[in-house]
Design a binder for this molecule. Structure first.
Ligand code: NAD
Ligand code: TYD
Length: 365
């Protein structure tokens, strides 16, 4: 079986759903169920013998040792992390704890387990660490996209904690020979993403007539990848990636934030017109077009201006290519949120509303 950490979160859950649809190999899913972990994401697998959920923390070394001994995974895929840059600015400690210390304990446990495998099992074992393009820092308008050899220059506590984890992973290959793989991916979007990130936040706020917060001038650029394409890329790295190597994953979909928000609003205008739904803004006025809710707000401190990924290596070596364009992926995503209002209602729990109030101020709630 494979051990997936953070499998109740956005990308981990999409990965497990894809995995179970494509393979008979069981998945052991270890997740601490923080605010971002949502067992609802895995509801299609309820009752499946191929998905075993364990509620636990990757910083719990004793639990990790027990799970490795009992389940003898042939691979570990580490998705578990604190992932929201804004939260890392308000409270970086949880990021160091999970992203750095948690990854360290996972590596240590994997190393001890891997050492006592027989030669064939040792050869086949993989530790795949899921990371981000944010470790590379920020780009100027004409800089080339991040490649696997771009020096690390993380700018937020989130990015720094992921960079630290990536370095530990690298060192376990170099020092101990552990067969590790690291993937550095650009911004994901798609079903099941927690509505604190830009695209789902825009969708759920627009439908509720709340302001759509755009930081600073909205001209920051991100390189967007549909989550299903990311999951396919991870599967191909697990299958055919060379141990010790890193692979950048992206789809060359560079967009400014304001363009992303406008594109999302335009899809909502088409698929769920505000007048037909009777959407009203915070002042009780009826809404014609969702873009009328856009509100420019204070910029994020240390906000990276531009990310862009050169995914040439994974294309050349493993033949991976994204299947979705930004237009098709965004349409699927908006359609998913519209057809899953129960999911949206459930994630808008007390903790989430509290966070929005703290971060954006009362008017954004
Ligand atoms: P997410 O925040 O949606 O989910 C994270 C999951 O990890 C949650 O289910 C949470 O409960 C779990 N978790 C947190 N701390 C844990 C702990 N100590 N022990 C066990 N489980 C814990 O994150 P996501 O967007 O799905 O990201 C998954 C991975 O992909 C992360 O490592 C992230 O850095 C990376 N990544 C994300 C993006 C993106 O755009 N979302 C892009 C590139 C890379
Ligand atoms: P986000 O989804 O938080 O991902 P990341 O910070 O990891 O790139 O943000 C994507 C971009 O959108 C980023 O430049 C910050 C910006 N943003 C806003 O303008 N308003 C918002 O409310 C949020 C959450 C993000």
């Amino acid at each position: 079986m494979i051990l997936v950490t953070g499998g109740a979160g956005f990308i981990g859950a999409n990965f497990i759903l894809h995995w179970c649809a494509a393979s008979d190999e069981p998945v052991l899913n270890l997740d601490a169920l923080t605010y971002a972990g949502n067992p609802e994401n895995l509801r299609p697998l309820a009752g499946s013998a191929r998905h075993l959920f364990v509620h636990g923390d990757i910083t719990d070394a004793a639990l990790l040792r027990r799970l490795f001994a009992e389940h003898r995974p042939r691979a570990v895929l580490n998705f578990a992390a604190e992932t929201h840059v804004d939260r890392s600015i308000h409270g970086p400690e949880a990021f160091v704890r999970t992203n750095v210390t948690g990854t360290f304990h996972l590596l240590e446990t994997a190393r001890a387990y891997w050492r006592q495998l027989n030669a064939a099992e040792r050869e086949a074992f993989r530790f795949l660490h899921v990371s981000t393009d944010e470790v590379y820092g920020t780009l100027g308008p004409d800089d080339p996209a991040f490649s696997e050899t771009t020096p690390y220059a993380p700018n937020s506590p989130y990015a720094a904690s992921k960079a630290a984890a990536d370095h530990l992973v690298r060192s376990y290959h170099h020092t101990y020979g552990l067969p590790v793989l690291t993937t550095n991916c650009s911004n994901n979007y798609g079903p099941h993403q927690f509505p604190e990130k830009l695209i789902p936040l825009t969708v759920v706020n627009a439908l509720a007539g709340r302001p759509l917060p755009v930081y600073g001038d909205g001209r920051q650029i991100r390189d967007w990848l549909y989550v299903g394409d990311h999951c396919a890329a991870i599967r191909s790295v697990l299958r055919s990636g060379r141990p010790g190597e890193t692979y950048n994953i992206g789809a060359r979909n560079e967009r400014t934030n304001i363009d992303v928000v406008h594109a999302t609003c335009a899809l909502l205008d088409e698929l769920a017109p505000a007048p037909a739904r009777g959407v009203r803004d915070a002042q009780g006025r009826p809404i014609e077009r969702y873009a009328g809710l856009i509100a420019f707000v204070a910029d994020r401190p240390g906000h990276d201006r531009r990310y862009a990924i050169d995914a040439g290596k994974i294309g050349r070596e493993l033949g991976w290519r994204p299947a979705e364009t930004f237009a098709t992926g965004l349409r699927r995503t908006v359609a998913w949120y519209l057809s899953n209002p129960d999911w949206v209602d459930k994630v808008q729990s007390g903790a989430y509303r509290e966070w929005l109030g703290r971060h954006y101020g009362e008017e954004m709630r």
